[in-house]
Design a protein around this ligand. Structure first.
Ligand code: ZN
Ligand code: FE
Length: 256
């Protein structure tokens, strides 16, 4: 199986997984780059996996379904282009012969889901949309901070070697914020240098891994004493783990 990040818009990735003949694509916000990749690689699109309803993740679904007959899977609690197979946490989606387990990850949107497979080419694979980014997390538009924290906890509990396929290339901006939060984190400093070199060569910083994110992502580390203290220095009224997490997210929203 080959895993490819198709760049789209300013900073989206549409993840394409294929076996040389059939493909699945995740969150195709635009049909054109997907159709171009299918043509170039001689692939037939079998499945479309959607994580949440935002247009930059769903805008190409109807055209791709019409053009290819692909089966669409998506979040049961959200409005996405019909028809689709509705999924909620604990459900399974079988695509390209891979069994994906669905995880509910509300927060960015109310019904956001993620797709996890135990072993694709020998390692676990996660498609997490706009919930977990490398070095960051999605903005909390529809859910609550408590929901987003629980969603990130569920993803952080996946195996450390899980490849994390996020829907946006936000890594460098996220890591500059992470460094402001946790200036003493040596793993973070190393990872920032590594990602800067990748971007300087025009390469994606993704997929990341759960192990890496646990070491460097402040939104998976809000209970670490260094992170909690930095948040409290910034927002002294934040007490309790949800309030600290919420204050961390607010701090990122205003960070330049
Ligand atoms: Zn989104
Ligand atoms: Fe998005």
């Amino acid at each position: 199986m080959d895993l490819i990040a198709l760049p789209a818009f300013d900073d989206n990735y549409f993840w394409l997984l294929h076996d040389g003949q059939q493909a699945l694509v995740v969150d195709p916000g635009d049909a054109a780059p997907v159709r171009a990749a299918l043509d170039r690689l001689g692939l037939q699109l079998a499945s479309i996996l959607v994580t949440h309803h935002h247009g930059d993740h769903t805008g190409g679904v109807a055209e791709l379904r019409t053009a290819t007959g692909a089966r669409v899977f998506g979040p049961a609690r959200e409005r996405i282009p019909q028809p689709f197979t509705p999924l909620t946490g604990g459900d399974e989606a079988l695509a390209l012969g891979v069994r994906f387990r669905v995880i509910d990850v509300p927060g960015h949107t109310a019904g956001h889901i993620a797709y996890f497979a135990d072993a694709v080419n020998g390692a676990p694979l996660l498609f997490c949309g706009d919930t977990l980014f490398s070095g960051g997390c999605g903005r909390i538009f529809e859910g609550t901070p408590a929901q987003m924290l629980a969603s990130l906890d569920a993803l952080a509990a996946l195996p450390p070697d899980t490849r994390v396929c996020c829907a946006h290339e936000y890594t460098l901006g996220n890591l500059r914020f992470a460094r402001a939060v946790e200036p003493g984190n040596a793993a973070l400093a190393d990872y920032l240098r590594h990602c800067e070199a990748l971007r300087a060569n025009g390469m994606p910083t993704l997929p990341s891994s759960i192990g890496t994110e646990r070491a460097i992502n402040p939104f998976l580390r809000s209970r670490e004493p260094a992170v909690t203290q930095a948040v409290r220095a910034h927002a002294p009224s934040a007490t309790g783990e949800v309030a600290v997490f919420a204050a961390l997210r607010e701090w990122k929203n205003e960070f330049r």
